[in-house]
Structures are given as structure tokens and as C-alpha cells.
Design a protein around this ligand. Structure first.
Ligand code: NAP
Ligand code: G4F
Length: 336
């Protein structure tokens, strides 16, 4: 039985990856950080789904700011594969807390790589790199496109990317970067733009909200479906040789289009509800991200199946169901 350690387990991608690894028969160890309230809602859903056996799944307290905590995990668990997804992952927030973002999102990667190197455990390593690293370099972007980050988050991810390449070259660690373009789902954090929109649409349709305040409606993104993207992470660590891969759909849509399609799904006109609010504009913006995932198709056999309209539809359905459960008081949190 293969053993995996996943950081960022409580996040969107971590929860889908845990689900995937359990389904593949792995023993999975997740990291959770101390929080004053339950922060394991997504992973509860993942562990319960499809009757997965919780005895192959454990959560451990650790923090990416605490090198000893991650070093101890690698030494004690001796994982075959480490998926490093933990990060301060919000671009707008990174302008408010740049040093913290550099510490967790940038140095956090070095702490984990160093834990692997120092322990001598032959773990394969996945780094959650980001299309945000391309920043202002015009699309389409692929593995050869130069980086020009536009946020503290993007800068921290560039550091993590090159650290991963460096540990591969210097210490022969099987370390790969997945350069993932935006990917979304019903488990997406509520303050990222897609989920902010689909959650608002469900609430507006139910009469609980009257407007939706957004920032830059002209931004272009390449939005895919998160469960498919975690499959690509796993595929990268199954290759004989480590490498770096862009994962994207290649389709471009604006934030405005996302809002238009989402409101139309419940029979509403987005223009009646969306208010442009400078509060959500960024000091420097990434105008357009559109990925070219040809290498992933050719080498990993990976291709996206869920496209834009279907993605928006699924997210609206998930938020509508979630709202019904919330209103019926059917959501109960437990300790994991
Ligand atoms: P997410 O939902 O924001 O999850 C981030 C995870 O990191 C959460 O589990 C969070 O824990 C954890 N974390 C934050 N600070 C931590 C700390 N100090 N110590 C330990 N854990 C900490 O992000 P996601 O969308 O799943 O993305 C996963 C990874 O892929 C991230 O590295 C992100 O930057 C990167 N990425 C995402 C996308 C995308 O479109 N989703 C695209 C490219 C790259 P809490 O639950 O306690 O907050
Ligand atoms: O949903 P977003 O916050 O995602 P962003 O900035 O593209 O970052 C996400 O994708 C990256 C991959 O490219 C990840 F690395 C990162 O961790 C994260 O998952 O914003 C998307 C676009 C931006 O241009 C933003 O300015 O939507 C625009 N936007 C317009 N109004 C808004 C809003 N974004 C947010 N969060 N909230 C708004 O009200």
C-alpha cells in the first residue's frame, strides 16, 4: 500500500486529492492547522463519500510556518509521495499580508523539500505551482513562457517553483511542478470570484441577497474543474522522470461572462444585481491567463472533460443544494 502525505488537505484541492488517493488504495496522511473553529468541512465530505475507510486516513496538526512540525511528519510517516498544496492562496489577500504569504507560500515549500532531503526518505514531491506566476506575460502560456508575477502570492509561487527545480537538480529528488490554471468546484473557497458569484446567485434566487459586489469584470481566466486537476497531480508523480507541466483547458472567459452565465442559469439578468466595487480591485492585476496544456496531453494523457458552461452549472447546483441544507439546519460539523 502506497503512503501519501498531503499538505493543504482542508482546502479545495486537498479534499479532492484525498478522495482520489483513498479510492486508489493509498494510506493518506493529511495536515491540519490549529483553528478556533472546525476547519475540516471539505475533508469530512471527501472521507465520507463512496464509503472510504477512515482507518487509511489520518489528520495531523502541523503548520507550514513551523519547520519542525513538517519535518517530524515526513520523518515519522515516511511517505512515498508528498503533495504540497498548502498555501496562503488568495491573490488579493497577499497584498494585505505579503510577508506572511512569502513565508507560508514561498518558504513553506523549502521547509518541506528540506524535510525530505534531510530525512533521506525517497519521497516523490508535487509542488502546487500556479499560472499566477505568468502574471503579465501575454497568453497563451505554456511551460516555456517566462514568469512575470504581479502579486506577492505570484512572487512566492515563483520561489516555490524554482526551489522545486533546484532540489530536483541538486539532490536528485523526484520533484515536479504542476503549473495549474484556475480550477473551481462547489468546494472552492467562498471569496474566490467564481464561488462568490455562484453562492450569491443561489442566495439571490432564494431571496436572501439583493446585490453582488465585484471588482474587475474584464479579467480573463481559464477555468477548469478541480477534481480533474488533482488527477493530473497524481499522474505527474507516477512518471519515471520528474518534470513540470501546465494544466489548463485552453478556454478563455471574462469574469463578466461567468456572472452572465451563472445568473442566466436561474433565469436572472446579471446586470440587475452586479455592482462594480473598487474595493475588490487589485494594486496590480493579471489581465489574461489562458493555458496551453499540450505537454500534459502528450506525456500524461491528461485532458479536461468539464468545460465552462458545465462548470458553472455544477457550481450553481452545488450552492443551491448547500443553501437548502443550511436553511434546513442539516449541516453538522465533527472533529477529524
Ligand atoms: P485553498 O482552498 O485555499 O487551500 C489552501 C490550503 O492550505 C488549506 O488547507 C489551508 O488550511 C492550508 N494552509 C494555509 N496556510 C497554512 C499554514 N500556515 N500551514 C498549513 N496549512 C496552511 O487552495 P486550493 O484552491 O485548494 O489550492 C491548492 C494549492 O494549489 C495552493 O497551493 C494554491 O496556491 C495552488 N493553486 C491553486 C489554484 C486554483 O485555481 N485553485 C491554481 C493554481 C495553484 P485552512 O483550511 O486551515 O485554511
Ligand atoms: O478568483 P480569483 O480571486 O482568482 P485568481 O486571482 O485568478 O487566483 C486563483 O487562481 C490562481 C491560478 O491562476 C491560483 F494560483 C490562486 O491560488 C487562486 O486560486 O480572481 C480571478 C479574477 C481576478 O482577475 C480578480 O481581480 O477575478 C477578478 N475579480 C473580480 N471581482 C475578483 C472579484 N476576484 C475576487 N476574488 N473577488 C471579486 O470580487
Amino acid at each position: 500500500m502506497k503512503r501519501a502525505l498531503v499538505t493543504g488537505t482542508t482546502g479545495q484541492d486537498g479534499s479532492y486529492l484525498v478522495e482520489l488517493l483513498l479510492a486508489k488504495g493509498y494510506e493518506v496522511h493529511g495536515l491540519k492547522r490549529r483553528s478556533s473553529s472546525f476547519n475540516t468541512g471539505r475533508i469530512e465530505e471527501a472521507v465520507r463519500s463512496e464509503g472510504h475507510r477512515p482507518d487509511r486516513f489520518s489528520m495531523h496538526y502541523a503548520d507550514l510556518a513551523d519547520a519542525a512540525s513538517v519535518t517530524n511528519l515526513v520523518r515519522d510517516i515516511e511517505p512515498d509521495e508528498v503533495y504540497h498544496l498548502g498555501a496562503q492562496s488568495h491573490v488579493a489577500v497577499s497584498f494585505e499580508i505579503p510577508e506572511y504569504t512569502a513565508d507560508i507560500t514561498g518558504l513553506g515549500t523549502i521547509r518541506l523539500l528540506e524535510a525530505i532531503r534531510a530525512s533521506g526518505v525517497p519521497s516523490r514531491f508535487y509542488q502546487a505551482s500556479s499560472s499566477e506566476m505568468f502574471g503579465s506575460t501575454p497568453p497563451p502560456q505554456n511551460e516555456a513562457t517566462p514568469f512575470h508575477p504581479r502579486s506577492p502570492y505570484g512572487c512566492a509561487k515563483v520561489f516555490g517553483y524554482w526551489s522545486t527545480v533546484n532540489y530536483r537538480e541538486a539532490y536528485d529528488i523526484h520533484a515536479s511542478n504542476g503549473i495549474l490554471f484556475n480550477h473551481e468546484s462547489g468546494r472552492r473557497g467562498e471569496t474566490f470570484v467564481t464561488r462568490k458569484i455562484t453562492r450569491a446567485v443561489a442566495r439571490i434566487a432564494a431571496g436572501l441577497q439583493s446585490e453582488l459586489r465585484l471588482g474587475n469584470l474584464d479579467a480573463v481566466r481559464d477555468w477548469g474543474y478541480a477534481p480533474e486537476y488533482v488527477e493530473a497531480m497524481w499522474l505527474m508523480l507516477q512518471q519515471d522522470e520528474p518534470d513540470d507541466y501546465v494544466i489548463a483547458t485552453g478556454e478563455a472567459h471574462t469574469v463578466r461572462e461567468f456572472a452572465e452565465v451563472a445568473f442566466a442559469q436561474v433565469g436572472l439578468n446579471w446586470q440587475d444585481y452586479v455592482v462594480e466595487d473598487p474595493r475588490y480591485m487589485r494594486p496590480s492585476e493579471v489581465d489574461a491567463l489562458i493555458g496551453d496544456a499540450t505537454k500534459a496531453k502528450e506525456k500524461l494523457g491528461w485532458e479536461p472533460k468539464v468545460h465552462f458552461a458545465e462548470l458553472v452549472k455544477r457550481m450553481i447546483e452545488d450552492d443551491t443544494t448547500l443553501l437548502e441544507h443550511e436553511l434546513a439546519g442539516r449541516l453538522v460539523r465533527v472533529e477529524l
